[in-house]
Design a protein around this ligand. Structure first.
Ligand code: PBG
Length: 340
């Protein structure tokens, strides 16, 4: 709800039919285009990309038709295409060969994301924004987003050091925005302090602030090969049924810890959260149209049940209308091409 709609008089004080005819402004395509309040621009789109270590050919992700685990070469090509289309940025996820309990590949300078970033930074880093997801789940053998205690719980405070170290490794390799997604308390502050101490004070943090424990991440866990080997993420990601205040508090805490922009995730099922976050903050707000949102549309379209292009645009418009300044979407390059 914006300020204007809040101050309008009740409908009974307004001109009524036949004086009032809302259809007048819908009559022609130019009229509709002129009054459309919600517009998409390629520069607001961010493309998530997966890069896998030790493969020679890009590998299709079965549950996400059209999405690949990239080789270093095919990643470069995908980023190049995104830049050509005018996409605002890419966010990288790594799939390492070796995983261990502490997620060593996350902060190894020779880890796959760091190597891939150095490939890209040289010739593509000034054409779009190179961003990295900072978490441990892609790198741990148990698949949880942090270090585990003896009893198998995620150890919040011990994990912070690992995130800080991974963020510094990413920044050193050429990441231009750090996006912590693990939902540990204090993660933004820990990463901010480490980046500042290591000479990366100018690198912004896009915090996954309101991130829900969602079934919509299912296909991502195939793409990033990071399904938890036991249990679930319910003790650190937010409960879908939790109060909206919980999301707003997470956002405020992240801003107090130094976040430069915040994110709500998933997108379509959480537009109410998105719109309230938008109303509360001054910083850019991102929304992540996640893997399950993508997969549902692709699957239904493959069956001929829905109009694919139409639904893609409609869902992105809805996310934008609810308040997102930035949208992470696996369709970024395709949509950017359509828009330009
Ligand atoms: C965690 C992370 C996840 C996604 C982005 N970052 C997975 C999770 O929390 O389980 C999901 C994105 C998607 O579903 O598209 N590193």
């Amino acid at each position: 709800m914006n300020a204007r709609s809040r101050n309008l008089p009740p409908a009974t004080d307004m001109a009524q039919f036949p004086v009032a005819r809302p259809r007048r402004l819908r009559r022609t395509a130019p009229l509709r285009r002129m009054v459309a309040g919600t517009r998409l621009h390629p520069a607001e789109l961010i493309l998530p990309l997966f890069v896998k270590e030790g493969i020679d050919e890009p590998q299709p992700v079965a549950s996400m038709p059209g999405v690949f685990q990239h080789t270093r070469d095919s990643l470069r090509k995908a980023v190049h295409e995104a830049a050509e289309a005018g996409v605002g940025g890419v966010i990288l996820f790594g799939v390492p060969v070796h995983k261990d309990a502490r997620g060593s590949a996350a902060d190894d300078p020779e880890g796959i994301v760091q190597v891939a970033l150095r490939d890209l930074a040289a010739d593509l880093g000034d054409q779009l924004v190179l961003m990295t997801d900072t978490c441990l789940d892609e790198y741990t053998d148990h698949g949880h987003c942090g270090l585990l205690t003896e009893t198998g719980e995620v150890d919040n405070d011990a994990t912070l050091e690992r995130y800080a170290s991974a963020a510094v490794a990413q920044a050193a390799a050429g990441s231009q925005v750090i996006a912590p997604s693990g939902m540990m308390d204090g993660q933004v502050g820990a990463i901010r302090a480490a980046l500042d101490a290591e000479g990366f004070a100018e690198i912004p943090i896009l915090a996954y602030s309101a991130k829900y424990a969602s079934g919509f991440y299912g296909p991502f866990r195939d793409a990033a090969e990071c399904a938890p080997q036991f249990g679930d993420r319910n003790a650190y990601q937010q409960d879908p049924a939790g109060p909206i205040g919980e999301a707003l508090r997470e956002v405020r805490l992240d801003l107090a810890e130094g976040a430069d922009a915040v994110m709500v995730k998933p997108a379509l099922a959480y537009l109410d959260v998105l719109s309230q976050v938008r109303a509360m903050v001054e910083v850019p707000v991102a929304a992540y149209q996640v893997s399950g949102e993508y997969a549902m549309v692709e699957a239904a379209a493959a069956n001929g049940w829905i109009d694919r292009e139409r639904i893609i645009m409609e869902s992105l418009i809805a996310i934008r209308r609810a308040g997102a300044d930035l949208i992470l979407t696996y369709w970024a390059t395709e949509v950017a091409r359509t828009l330009s």
